[in-house]
Design a binder for this molecule. Structure first.
Ligand SMILES: NC(=O)C1=CN([C@@H]2O[C@H](COP(=O)(O)OP(=O)(O)OC[C@H]3O[C@@H](n4cnc5c(N)ncnc54)[C@H](OP(=O)(O)O)[C@@H]3O)[C@@H](O)[C@H]2O)C=CC1
Ligand SMILES: CC(C)CCC[C@@H](C)[C@H]1CC[C@H]2[C@@H]3C(=O)C=C4C[C@@H](O)CC[C@]4(C)[C@H]3CC[C@]12C
Length: 293
């Protein structure tokens, strides 16, 4: 009996704990069935692909971006793919009224919200900082302040549903490389804000998860157009990236690294030898191809 207590019972505990945590980590597409989801920046790139995955999972969708013609097509495709419902509101996230308008639409049509996916970014070029302070101010508004405004407006409904906020960020929001100064600043800001907010929700025992997605280079049209003449790497697929973001959000993970190995390796090397890492990055760029504006 003594031996049983000393060895068997703790082993059983370990097996149970392993089972519990691995079960918690199992993603099933049905987790999204009938869920009410807002996706921003859904007219192209990763946001568009997230909309298609969510449609196949039979979620209710409210999509947003500036270009109405593109959103119309994405909504049509979502309905073909099996979305429980799909609608859009077009507008620019540098307008302070859009976040409220979107959340009002969710409240009026669904009476609640389960997941808010913050993904849009304003236009920024991959080049030397030109000194354009107004561009930095505007990009902060589009890439950062609007995320705060959307999360703020969504929180009452997310508290009610014990839902999730998913924030799409970048390795450039963890480690700054050259030619992305304004963009990097907006992504660093996101991590500061949402990591602090996550802890306040825990203190207040509010069961709303916040997932921060740290992405590497992804093969969206705009990213490839912006950097392929400077960065020789092969970008990761946007379709898989979109699915991983949804999966991490549904499993209420604190963080996603995608592609996992590349992002994990970069973060590790940078934490051990930052200057060496930065010089390797600079050395890998085709600097002669950087367009000066
Ligand atoms: N692709 C990559 O290599 C990487 C991407 N990421 C992150 O992934 C996310 C998606 O990127 P990606 O898919 O490449 O980007 P895209 O450029 O393909 O898509 C951006 C989306 O945002 C919308 N958008 C642009 N400006 C505004 C605005 N002012 N107001 C509202 N919506 C706007 C665009 O639509 P419209 O023009 O119609 O408004 C579009 O739907 C971003 O958060 C980005 O930082 C992170 C790391 C790497
Ligand atoms: C730690 C890093 C310095 C390592 C380099 C990794 C490089 C190759 C990766 C990591 C993050 C990537 C950028 C990104 O996040 C989003 C955008 C916005 C888009 O509109 C235009 C492209 C751009 C600038 C990406 C360019 C390529 C970047 C710098």
């Amino acid at each position: 009996m003594g031996r049983l207590q000393k060895i068997l019972i703790p082993s059983l505990g370990l097996v149970l704990a392993f089972w519990f945590y691995s079960a918690r980590d199992t993603f099933k597409p049905e987790m999204l069935r009938g869920k009410r989801v807002i996706v921003t920046g859904a007219s192209s790139g990763i946001g568009e692909q997230m909309a298609y995955h969510l449609a196949r999972m039979e979620a209710h969708l409210l999509l947003t971006a500036r270009t109405e013609a593109k959103l119309q097509k994405v909504v049509e495709r979502c309905l073909e793919l099996g979305a429980a419902s799909a609608r859009y509101i077009s507008g620019s996230m540098d307008s302070p009224s859009l976040p409220q308008q979107l959340l009002r639409e969710a409240e009026n049509t669904w009476g609640g919200l389960d997941m808010l996916i913050l993904n849009h970014i304003g236009q920024s070029s991959f080049t030397y900082f030109s000194g354009d302070v107004e561009h930095v101010r505007k990009l902060m508004e589009t890439n950062f302040v609007s995320y705060v405004a959307l999360a703020t407006a969504a929180l009452p409904m997310l508290k009610e549903s014990e839902g999730s906020i998913v924030v799409v960020s970048s390795i450039a929001g963890r480690i700054a490389g050259p030619f992305t100064a304004p963009y990097s600043a907006t992504k660093f800001a996101l991590e500061g804000f949402f990591s602090s907010l996550r802890q306040e929700l825990i203190i207040d025992k509010v069961n709303v998860s916040i997932t921060l997605c740290i992405l590497g280079y992804i093969n969206t049209e705009s990213a490839v157009r912006a950097v392929s003449h400077v960065i020789p790497d092969t970008p990761a697929p946007k379709e898989e990236c979109a699915l991983e973001i949804i999966r991490a959000g549904a499993l209420r993970h604190r963080q996603l690294h995608y592609p996992a190995r590349a992002v994990g390796t970069m973060l590790l090397i940078h934490s051990i030898a930052p200057e060496l890492f930065e010089s390797i990055v600079r050395g890998s760029y085709r600097l002669e191809n950087v367009r000066r504006t």
